[in-house]
Design a protein around this ligand. Structure first.
Ligand SMILES: Cc1cc2nc3c(=O)[nH]c(=O)nc-3n(C[C@H](O)[C@H](O)[C@H](O)COP(=O)(O)OP(=O)(O)OC[C@H]3O[C@@H](n4cnc5c(N)ncnc54)[C@H](O)[C@@H]3O)c2cc1C
Length: 395
């Protein structure tokens, strides 16, 4: 159901969905810094945390009530992810369940929705993986080479995907593959199709998963499809129209990840301001020095401004209005605000910012990702320059 756009709400964004925020904060308090440090050190998936979120129903907030979810707007999901990150945790372990579900909900057949959504809402099935990126196509999605060839009642999938998160911790995966060549369509993005892959059946039957070690604990993997046969009923939406099907999900992804960045930025600002008020050097708190104080104030201002943009993007999305540019702007502003706040926090902590036990260096590594993924800053700037400002395209 479309929710009216609430522009110019008098309520600061961090004071919306207060009940949800309080419940998430209480859950996150059970998973403190040592929990996340251990996961980070061991590169282990935060299974207990994701299970607790799922049991509490937070991963099903966007699923309509008729399918067992809470039927809440994207703004509520933003509040959940922001609070996870503000508490020092990392929602990247499970955020995909929120936005990949949108592709299924909006474009899936009645049979697919009836089969999968209630199981996902109950937590019986995990839909945590979304496979688009490939080694040779990079940001230019239209050049993906993974193919799905129709063969009777099946499709046969061949190709490779890279940097696909959480595949080892998911039962289902949304996959983008080519069903006809880039050259044969009217537009370069025609001819791609979306499939819902049941990985429990695919693993060992044409799908292999190889972990990729990255600078933070992100459960990244490389996928190889070698004649993977999937039922034709795995197709989501119309064949060849897959790019359009995933765009909605991608906008939701950008808005949700922007909310995570806001949570990170708030965590950094809160840590930095309290440390600056306590740490005494030259016989006074370092926070008395404006060289320490002002960058923290500046990071807070950038965070507040970005949070307004995230709310605007979420409101447009919830109202069913075009939200592409706002989702991109929100992601850019929020990822830059969290990076600015992280850099300021490290500087404020001095040497202690590098000591693992303070969590600052871990959060610093984690938040850096969001200027690159799920879409890099340059590509957002290009989108705004060409779509909003009508400047000529360079590619
Ligand atoms: C930890 C992690 C998790 C990820 N999870 C997923 C996932 O679950 N699913 C998935 O599908 N993908 C995932 N990705 C992939 C991610 O979306 C891509 O890495 C990202 O979109 C950039 O693509 P690329 O790495 O191929 O960079 P490239 O496309 O090779 O680009 C490299 C750099 O060049 C810049 N660039 C390229 N073209 C231009 C241009 N025309 N003008 C200006 N600058 C340009 C880019 O902005 C970027 O900074 C993940 C990545 C990481 C690191």
């Amino acid at each position: 159901m479309a929710v009216p756009v609430q522009r110019g709400s008098a309520m600061p964004p961090e004071h919306e969905f207060t009940d949800i925020r309080a419940a998430v904060a209480a859950l996150c308090a059970e998973f403190g810094g040592s929990y996340w440090r251990d996961c980070d050190r061991d590169k282990s998936y935060p299974t207990a945390f994701v299970q607790a979120l799922s049991d509490a129903g937070f991963l099903a907030v966007l699923i309509p009530e008729e399918f067992g979810g809470s039927g809440l707007p994207l703004g509520a999901a933003c509040a959940i992810l922001e609070e996870i990150h503000r508490s020092g945790g990392n929602g990247a372990a499970c955020h995909a369940q929120m936005y990949t579900m949108g592709t299924l909900l909006r474009h899936g057949s009645d049979a697919q929705i009836a089969e999968y959504l209630p199981q996902i809402a109950r937590g019986d099935l995990r839909l945590q993986a979304f496979a688009v990126t490939e080694p040779d196509s990079g940001t230019d999605t239209s050049r993906i080479r993974t193919t799905a060839r129709r063969d009777g009642d099946s499709y046969v999938v061949n190709g490779r995907k890279v940097f696909i998160s959480r595949t080892e911790h998911s039962d289902l995966m949304v996959l983008l593959a080519r069903t006809s060549t880039r050259e044969s369509g009217k537009r370069h993005t025609d001819g791609m199709s979306v499939f819902l892959i049941d990985m429990r059946q695919a693993l060992g039957n044409g799908l292999t998963i190889k972990p990729i070690d990255t600078m933070m604990n992100h459960a990244s993997t490389e996928l190889c499809f070698d004649d993977l046969r999937i039922p034709a009923s795995s197709l989501i939406g119309a064949e060849g129209q897959g790019f359009r099907c995933i765009m909605d999900g991608m906008n939701a992804e950008r808005i949700l990840i922007a909310a995570e960045c806001i949570g990170d930025a708030r965590w950094f600002v809160e840590k930095a301001s309290s440390y600056a008020s306590e740490r005494r050097v030259f016989d006074r708190p370092i926070g008395e020095n404006q060289g320490i104080q002002f960058p923290i104030a500046r990071a807070h201002i950038a965070t507040q401004a970005a949070a307004l943009m995230v709310r605007e993007a979420a409101a447009l999305y919830d109202a069913g209005k075009p939200a592409g540019s706002e989702a991109n702007m929100a992601k850019l502003l929020a990822s830059e605000a969290s990076w600015q706040a992280g850099d300021t926090c490290i500087q404020t902590f001095g040497g202690y910012g590098f000591a693992v036990e303070y969590d600052v260096e871990r959060k610093f590594r984690e938040t850096r990702l969001y200027q690159v993924a799920p879409i890099s800053t340059n590509l957002i700037l290009s989108h705004i320059a060409t779509r909003e400002l009508d400047m000529p395209r360079s590619f």
